[in-house]
Design a protein around this ligand. Structure first.
Ligand code: FPP
Length: 234
């Protein structure tokens, strides 16, 4: 029997701060290590046949962290989009972003637009970075746009169904995640993809994000496959 590979994996990359603290390092060093391990994880996911990965890199709530940490994260994202994502682009990986970009530095916003435009035709593998993302904000935006369409008469109230709501989210057109992974042992969804995770399997990895690797990803996929077998979904 061929085992099902989750086509879309969503990841809450948690525990950078604790990883750093345990080693007497700064939180920024933890985030830096968290960025460094992404390449291997993404490469391995592609190799296993995963098609879409959504990464929770910066939540709408993260704007409330101390300014030095937010600034350091912006520098990290700037570097990541310049170097690592450039490499992904060369490998014909599609890269896109979900979340509210308004508060991001102008150069980062421009880079996000550019990368989305330059990679939108690539379909081998899709990396979605959630930056400034909050599911309640996303749903609220969708409700507002639907209300506006109803108010001006381009949409009838009876046309508002689940497909219509999904089409107004920032994840419109992307298949829902099959598997959610959260590292660091925390078992919460923390305002990530609330609508899209309705039928996803959840996997809680005990390692901090900087210690996540190919073997940990394999364990998560194996757990997913075990549940598919147990519940006769194959
Ligand atoms: C959670 O750790 C992590 C973040 C808030 C930031 C996520 C960023 C990265 C993993 C960097 C790499 C990502 C990209 C796209 C370059 P935490 O600070 O909440 O850790 P703690 O709960 O142990 O304090």
């Amino acid at each position: 029997m061929t085992e099902a590979i989750p086509q879309h994996i969503a990841i809450i990359m948690d525990g950078n701060g604790r990883w750093a603290k345990a080693r007497g390092l700064s939180r920024t060093q933890g985030h830096r290590q968290g960025a460094k391990i992404l390449e291997n994880v993404l490469r391995h996911a592609q190799k296993r046949g995963v098609r879409v990965i959504t990464l929770f890199a910066f939540s709408s709530e993260n704007w409330g962290r101390p300014k030095e940490e937010v600034d350091a994260l912006m520098d990290l994202f700037r570097n990541y989009l310049k170097n690592d994502v450039e490499k992904l682009k060369e490998e014909k990986v599609r890269v896109s972003f979900i979340g509210n970009r308004n508060r991001f530095p102008t150069d980062l916003k421009q880079r996000m637009d550019e990368l989305e435009a330059q990679t939108k035709e690539f379909d081998r593998f899709h990396v979605i970075l959630a930056l400034g993302y909050g599911a309640r904000d996303d749903l609220t935006g969708a409700v507002r746009r639907i209300a506006e369409a109803v108010a001006i008469g381009t949409l009838k109230p009876e046309q508002v169904d689940t497909a219509c709501v999904a089409a107004h989210l920032s994840t419109a057109g992307i298949p829902d995640p099959d598997l959610l992974i959260r590292t660091s042992g925390e078992q919460r969804v923390s305002n990530f993809l609330l609508w899209e995770l309705a039928y996803s399997e959840f996997y809680w990895a005990d390692v901090m994000w900087p210690d996540f690797n190919e073997a940990e990803l394999d364990k998560a996929i194996e757990a997913y496959q075990g549940r598919q077998r147990r519940f006769g979904k194959l």
